[in-house]
Design a binder for this molecule. Structure first.
Ligand code: PLP
Length: 404
């Protein structure tokens, strides 16, 4: 009997499928209504109106006070860079930055650069074994020497949520600008920027079913901003360059759809995620969920399967048509656990095997049942090949007391 192989996409934290409704919304703006929104004539005017509509939808999804708080960018990476560099530029006498050990490279690599080449002191706040921020260390780093604190809303690998509202409130008395990379949270969690102390927030379209290469930076009314990209007068002089009009229109539609599906995301997607997690934990031994299972994105599940390599799991899953992702990055021939898992001090026997399954509103029950049925056989095949495994248990000498 030939085995049916399905195509199951569970890598939605890497990117989502562009929703056909969003594509439909964008299409006329490629070759019919193609004007430049800055133009005076009606070709430009039609597009300008649509861009304004999109901005209003982004503002609404964020619970922003005013549409002008939204600046369109090329995505999460640009928004993160623009926010941090603006804060530093505006506060030349403050030479310290606060961030966390588990940020996306869009923040961490910039901070490392600023430390190495611009003489900034970067306080990298550690996390515990569950990926939770060390609040005491954060409080200790606060001072009037700090220009900006950039702490992510939700971690892309584990889904762990940070209490950013409280962190922003703590930073305020010191005059520190608070930025959050909310790329993984926007569209999944309700936001209320009107009643928030967060000064700047980054989002990215391709994480919420819009196209790649479009994003936005929320800048609270009254918060000063120095642009990263200078040139024309677009985006009220906060981001020069002819607007990515189709991307902006797509992002606007994505925000509208996200508002419609938010409850679904928090109930149905979460139910499927929990079913997947429970199904795997019940049928596979020596595995555990990484990250904070209490405060977590509803769509993310990261499981460490001890004594095997994450890359091998991904290859075997892929053969079964299942797309997931691993916490390891293959750098210079050696498989290094990701900086997130290293920061969490995940045991050596598990750090290499963490596998992230990230769902979306498009994930079906049938797909989850299929994955639950395939994972146990993949893990037992790989364990049979593992030098750390012996029959149905880990080898006695595979145990590393350092991580007990
Ligand atoms: N921040 C986080 C938390 C992310 O997950 C990502 C993308 O993976 C980014 C930033 C970068 O966003 P973009 O791909 O739009 O530049």
């Amino acid at each position: 009997m030939s085995e049916e192989i399905k195509a199951v996409y569970l890598d939605n934290n890497a990117t989502t499928r562009c929703d056909p409704l969003i594509v439909q919304e964008m299409l006329p703006f490629f070759s019919e209504q193609f004007g430049n929104p800055s133009s005076i004539h009606s070709f430009g005017g039609q597009v300008g109106a649509k861009v304004r509509e999109a901005r209003a939808k982004v503002a609404e999804l964020l619970g922003a006070e005013h549409d002008s708080e939204i600046v369109f960018t090329s995505g999460g990476t640009e928004s993160d860079n623009a926010a941090i560099l603006s804060a530093l530029d505006l506060n030349p006498d403050r030479k310290e930055i606060i961030t966390s050990a588990v940020e996306h490279p869009a923040v961490l690599a910039l901070c490392e650069y600023l430390q190495k080449h611009r003489g900034y002191t970067v306080h990298i706040i550690p996390v515990d074994k569950k990926g939770r921020l060390d609040i005491a260390a954060y409080k200790a780093a606060l001072s009037d020497r700090v220009a900006v604190a950039s702490i992510m809303y939700a971690n892309n690998e584990t889904g762990t949520l940070f209490p950013v509202e409280g962190l922003a409130e703590l930073a305020k008395p010191y005059g520190i600008l608070f930025h959050t990379d909310a790329v993984q949270a926007v569209g999944k969690l309700p936001l209320d920027m009107k009643n928030s102390d967060i000064d700047m927030l980054s989002l990215s379209g391709h994480k919420l079913h819009a196209p790649k290469g479009i994003g936005a930076l929320y800048i609270k009314r009254g918060v000063r901003f120095r642009p990263l990209i200078r040139g024309g007068h677009q985006e009220r002089e906060r981001r020069a360059g002819t607007e990515n009009t189709t991307g902006i229109i797509g992002l606007g539609k994505a925000c509208e759809l996200a508002m419609t599906f938010m409850d679904h995301e928090n109930v149905e997607v979460k139910r499927l995620r929990d079913k997947l997690e429970a199904g795997i934990l019940a049928s596979v031994g020596h595995c555990f969920v990484t990250g904070d299972t209490v405060n977590r994105l509803p769509n993310t599940c990261n499981i460490a399967f001890e004594y095997i390599e994450g890359e091998a799991i991904l290859l075997f899953l892929n053969r079964m048509g299942i797309a997931a992702s691993s916490g390891s990055a293959c750098t210079s021939g050696s498989l290094e656990p990701s900086h997130v898992l290293r920061a969490m001090d995940i045991p050596f026997t598990a750090a290499h095997s963490a596998t992230r399954f990230s769902l979306s509103r498009e994930t079906t029950e049938d797909e989850i049942d299929y994955v639950i049925s395939k994972v146990p056989e993949i893990i037992s095949k790989l364990r049979a090949l593992s030098p750390y495994w012996d029959g149905d248990k880990p080898r006695a000498d595979a145990f590393n007391p350092e991580y007990a």
